[in-house]
Write a protein that binds this ligand. Structure first.
Ligand code: DLL
Length: 426
């Protein structure tokens, strides 16, 4: 679709959404009225930046079903995330929402070159989390063969990969490392795999290089969040692997300065906001994701005209402030894993036992000491960061079997968060 055509479609859908929100008489409708909007017809795409926003706090305040725009009986499934900072975030899906979700994830799989008959090994967790069931619906919608293996039990996963010979692996990047290393250790044959669709947590291009080598696949990034729909909001294409195409006919994206909320220029990092004009159960107006990325409207070599978002740098609240230097964990990851000889495992420990915060970077390598001086220099040169580097023997750090990787631990007082740090003095 041309960008002009899509812009017209977005405007039309936005007006319909506003009418639905006003009619539902909930929080979002009230905010629209308070902002002087009492009919969708009066609003165009250019007015979007001045419309009210929605936040995760609004979802928590209205927990569990307060923000629904349809009667509760029309909700046919509930998904969400357990969340780190509070109550679970729950989202109700109508039958039409599930259809839309399936179509969006089918597009993600299409971005990865999957087609009717492709075998998709789906190791995203099944349950409340949207990863497993999202790829399940998407694979079925596409007409692929889904292997609903969910996360964990890595030996069984390898057996299924050997037996069913999937071309597509869908899982978190951290689980892809676990699976790849287990295959390498056991000699399991994963040679049928062509492409991995990895998302649900931030990961760097350095990890991409390592994963592509470990699993002999093209590694693509897929982004999404339960509040918007789950996976299928945006996906990298196989052709360019350069930015994630946002399905903006259904998810209108904006990028704003996280502090002021004003739009940032294309190419500048900012917080992503999504409006979901075609969702029924829990449609959202200008939802503030907290995720930091930039937008790119240049044309892509794959031919898709959809705007691309960069890889997510991190969440607004994940930024580390180490003695005045602001860094996202993915920036540290990019330096560490870009360094030949380091294993794709690391944990950042923010040591807050004294007023001046220190960063302890724990990573793994054979013959570790030879890497220390270069890592110290690269972290300082590229990020301005001075860190205490601990290079450990391979296998020391905890491995990811299920859920999202925990890359950052805080040490405020008491025992060390990782046993090998006991006795580290400040
Ligand atoms: O993580 C949905 C998903 C499942 C996406 C499977 C991709 C694959 P939630 O559990 O609600 O939903 O978590 C959403 O995870 O706001 C981001 O902070 C982060 N996130 C999701 N995908 C990516 C990604 C799913 N590709 C939150 N890169 C989002 C970086 C991501 N962060």
């Amino acid at each position: 679709m041309s960008t002009d055509e899509r812009h017209a479609l977005q405007g039309h859908r936005l007006r319909e959404l506003i009418d639905r929100l006003l009619a539902a008489r909930g929080l979002q409708g009230d905010r629209l009225r308070a902002a002087g909007v009492d009919a969708g017809g009066a609003v165009g795409m250019r007015d979007l930046p001045s419309l009210p926003t929605t936040t995760k706090q609004d979802l928590w305040d209205a927990y569990p079903f307060g923000l629904l725009a349809v009667p509760r009986e029309e909700v046919v499934a509930v998904h969400g995330s357990s969340g780190t900072g509070g109550r679970p975030t729950l989202v109700g899906y109508t039958r039409a929402d599930l259809d839309l979700w399936g179509e969006m994830v089918a597009r993600s799989l299409g971005c990865a070159g999957a087609t009717v008959g492709s075998v998709v090994h789906n190791s995203y967790g099944y349950g409340l989390f949207t990863g497993g069931l999202g790829f399940h619906l998407g694979g079925i919608r596409l007409g692929a063969t889904v292997v609903p293996v969910s996360s964990g039990m890595t030996d069984r996963q390898l057996r299924l990969i050997e037996d069913l010979r999937p071309q597509v692996l869908a899982c978190t990047p951290s689980y892809a490392v676990t699976l790849g290393e287990a295959a390498r250790a056991s000699g399991a044959d994963t040679s049928s795999l062509r492409v991995g669709i990895f998302g649900a947590e931030p990961w760097s291009d350095s990890l991409r290089t390592q994963l592509e080598a470990l699993l002999s696949v093209k590694a693509l990034d897929v982004y999404g969040l339960s509040e918007v729909i789950g996976p299928g909001v945006a996906t990298e294409c196989l052709e360019a692997q350069a930015g994630l195409h946002v399905n903006e006919d259904h998810f209108i994206v904006e990028c704003v300065d996280p502090a002021s909320g004003t739009p940032v220029a294309d190419g500048e990092p900012g917080e992503l906001l999504f409006t979901t004009p075609t969702k029924e159960g829990l449609p959202l107006l200008r939802y503030r994701t907290g995720d930091i990325a930039s937008l790119d409207r240049s044309s892509c070599r794959c031919g898709r005209t959809l705007v691309r978002m960069s890889k997510v740098l991190g969440r607004r609240d994940d930024m580390l402030v180490i003695r005045g230097v602001n860094v996202y964990p993915t920036e540290v990851e990019a330096v560490l894993l870009g360094h030949a000889g380091l294993e794709p495992h690391y944990v950042l420990v923010v040591d807050r036992r004294l007023p001046s915060t220190e960063l302890i970077v724990c990573c793994e390598a054979q013959a570790g000491e030879q890497h220390r001086a270069t890592l110290v220099r690269e972290l300082h040169e590229r990020l301005g960061l001075r860190a205490d580097i601990r290079i450990l023997a391979p296998g020391t750090l905890p491995r990811q079997e299920a859920g999202k990787a925990v890359r950052v631990l805080t040490w405020s007082d008491g025992p060390a968060p990782l046993p090998f740090l006991d006795g580290v003095a400040r």
